[in-house]
Design a protein around this ligand. Structure first.
Ligand code: FE2
Ligand code: FE2
Length: 181
């Protein structure tokens, strides 16, 4: 039996929601601690934090699945994520320039690596789609909305989504989406 939606619409929904968000925060915190530990030369401590972070990430995904935060038939979602990852490369590169302008040279250098990684994620998503769901890459005649915050692309009728719809990647509300030119 799939875990998908097991707690959605039940009294467990708010619990899964709370746990999903809490675990996602924990992931962020542990990676930050891993970084700080590494800066202090505590490599082994850093690795332990990373191990904990990865487990927290698994937990977050578990509760998110139980609450059906992402569609079970996820190909169209991946199609939208691909677009966000590709546009993320430019976005992060531009933001790295801002860090550089403020004298944060080393941080900016690292962000440029992150930018390339975003582009690579886009490539990976594209390959996955080509191999498993090539039809989702055909945009002909489809209406596409772009998230003004992260570049996620919603393919289809966004108006059919409820007012509570938020960008699956960055969590911005429906109103930040614009029709793709
Ligand atoms: Fe990414
Ligand atoms: Fe977004």
């Amino acid at each position: 039996m799939s875990l998908h939606g097991a707690t959605k619409g039940t009294k467990l929904e708010p619990i899964s929601d709370m746990l999903a968000k809490g675990e996602a925060c924990g992931t962020m915190m542990y990676y930050a601690l891993a970084r700080l530990a590494k800066e202090q030369g505590l490599e082994d401590v850093s690795e332990k934090f990373i191990e904990a972070a990865n487990q927290e990430a698994v937990h977050a995904g578990f509760y998110a699945t139980a609450n059906a935060m992402y569609p079970k038939d996820f190909w169209m979602l991946v199609r939208g994520i691909m677009a966000a990852e590709y546009s993320g490369e430019t976005t992060i590169k531009n933001l790295a320039d801002k860090f550089r302008a403020e004298g944060l040279t080393e941080a900016a250098d690292e962000m440029e690596i992150f930018a390339k990684q975003e582009g690579h994620h886009g490539e990976v998503m594209k390959k996955i789609l080509e191999e498993h769901a090539p039809e989702t890459l055909n945009d002909e005649g489809k209406t596409i909305y772009v998230c003004g915050c992260c570049g996620f692309e919603y393919v289809g009728d966004l108006d059919a989504e409820g007012e509570e719809y938020i960008c699956p990647i960055c969590g911005q509300p429906k109103k930040v989406f614009k029709l793709k030119a």
